[in-house]
Write a protein that binds this ligand. Sequence first.
Ligand code: LIP
Length: 263
Amino acid sequence: MTLRSPLMTVMTGAAQKAARALKRDFGELEQLQVSRKGPSDFVTAADLRAEKTLCQELAKARPKFGFLLEEGGEIKGDDPRHRWIIDPIDGTTNFLHGIPHFAISIGLEMDGEIIAGLIFNPVADEMYLAEKGKGAYLNDHRLRVSGRSNLAEAVIATGIPHHGRGEHGPYLEVLGGVMAKVAGIRRMGTASLDLAYVAAGRCDGYWETGLKPWDMAAGIILVREAGGFVTEVDGGKSPLASGSILATNAKLHKDLQAIVERN
Ligand code: LIP
């Protein structure tokens, strides 16, 4: 966005500030205090610090908005219509393993609809922004989803349920079905960036189930504003509520959904 709206200025400022510390922490992984929150789901000191910085900065600019936070849960605001949905480090497993593919994700919800989103990969210095009706951008360049209409040429991203995350059998069946039809599958480990890659036309589609709202909020508006389609894997209209998501370019949705809806 060449001329940033006041809202985008607030969001990018908060993300840049949190990212400075996050990058430092990423470079000093050994120093981090790491504790176990659940199976394969780690909380780091960096995660908590980044979340605190994001909340402080956003609350300074929009003091009445509520929050839905990966680490801190729900914080009600005086303004019941607006809520920030935040993942301070999406791709925590990548972060902990020193894999430079993680992101800060901030979505803004108004009356239950996502109206703005920011996804920032601080290592690659890639800032994805979208606002309802104003398009999607990567570092000031307008984004469009890919134009591929043939699954055989498509690269599809997914998230693989890991240890402690439900039944793997049904997922493997769907994965087999997709593998048989597409040019390639990618499991990169950061849902928000998977969605950003669909918006940027790097990937032609993405599906995953069992996600949380903070993994998806910003990415949903990014894909839609880049001209793509976002539903649940069965075509339902509430990915944020169900945690099930299928995001594609404008041409592949029906074909990919026919395979993944059994997930
Ligand atoms: C992660 C996602 C990842 C998904 C994991 C998890 P976290 O978020 O971005 O792609 O497959 O299940 O939800 O926990 O790193 O913020």
